[in-house]
Design a protein around this ligand. Structure first.
Ligand code: FE2
Length: 219
């Protein structure tokens, strides 16, 4: 049987409002059209899956590794946006001649994992496990599905490039300035989470055998 990865239900205004509420950093994008299209990208992607909110997606980098002990995918997504902006602010403050497109950086960081509803969808994962010889496993990784969604909703190539290039696929292309910042923020966020003991022990070891995570505790 053929499978089609399109919408499972229509994109509603309630869905768009939910995305904006779950992801307040979207409001930091200056350009209104760019801002609205990031909301559209997340809304569209969620409606291609069984998830109704990004907070329902498990807090994992890839399915199964690395895995946060608590929280949701939204905690990772929002953290990466804030970290990317802080990194850009640091370098452009210290070196005023350094140029970063802030809106593209924000939109790219917001959409870097926009393909995760597809890759994490339980029905998709069950289907892929049933006969990978037919479907592939996964059919598309989140970075690839994310690029597709970005282009579909009319986001610029520069943002779709970040969705594609932030992850392993970025090893095979020349990455833009903003894509490199999102890559560092994304990967750095997972290593930071590992170092302070926020990841499960198994996934900490898988992330880096060099890491000696500190147990968490109240101050
Ligand atoms: Fe990520």
């Amino acid at each position: 049987m053929r499978h089609f990865c399109g919408l499972r239900r229509p994109v509603t205004q309630a869905m768009r409002d939910g995305v904006a509420e779950d992801f307040p950093e979207i409001a930091w994008i200056d350009d209104a059209e760019l801002r609205n299209r990031t909301i559209e990208a997340w809304s569209h992607s969620l409606c291609c899956s069984s998830f109704t909110s990004m907070t329902e997606i498990p807090p994992e980098g890839n399915p199964g590794a690395p895995v946060l002990r608590r929280g949701t995918q939204a905690d990772h997504l929002r953290g990466v946006v804030r970290l990317a902006i802080r990194m850009a602010d640091e370098i452009t403050t210290s070196y005023p001649e350094a140029r970063v497109d802030r809106d593209i950086l924000l939109a790219g960081a917001i959409c870097h994992d926009v393909g995760k509803p597809f890759e994490f969808d339980p029905a998709n994962r069950e289907r892929w496990a049933a006969d990978p010889s037919v479907t592939g496993q996964p059919t598309f990784r989140h970075s690839v599905f994310g690029m597709h969604v970005c282009l579909l909703v009319g986001l610029p190539d520069e943002v779709a490039h970040i969705a594609l290039g932030h992850s392993m696929e970025g090893q095979f292309i020349g990455v833009s300035t903003e894509c490199m910042i999102v890559r560092q923020a994304d990967h750095g966020w997972w290593f930071l989470a590992g170092a302070v003991g926020l990841l499960t022990p198994e996934s900490t070891a898988a992330l880096s055998p060099m890491l000696r995570a500190r147990p968490t505790g109240m101050r």
